[in-house]
Design a protein around this ligand. Structure first.
Ligand SMILES: [Zn+2]
Ligand SMILES: [Zn+2]
Length: 77
């Protein structure tokens, strides 16, 4: 699993695998790059809602949805 976001242009959801990503993210659907602060919550569509709670948990400041990073290794077991 990864942290997912909604594209402000095409409204499709993309997911980021890299928890340490700090630069722009690119939409899987329209291939546009966005600064992370322009991405939208997949649930409530707030811009840049993700607050980092700890190393793997991200919490939406607006709707409270939590996303968690899990490594592929952990997921495959
Ligand atoms: Zn897009
Ligand atoms: Zn939200």
């Amino acid at each position: 699993m990864a942290v997912c976001w909604r594209c402000p242009v095409c409204s499709e959801v993309s997911c980021e695998e890299d928890v340490t990503l700090t630069g722009p993210v690119s939409c899987d659907h329209c291939d546009r790059p966005f600064p992370q602060k322009e991405t939208l919550c997949t649930v409530c569509d707030s811009p840049n809602p993700w607050a980092r709670r700890d190393s793997i948990h991200f919490l939406c400041r607006e709707c409270g949805t939590t996303q968690m990073f899990l490594s592929h290794r952990a997921q495959a077991s």
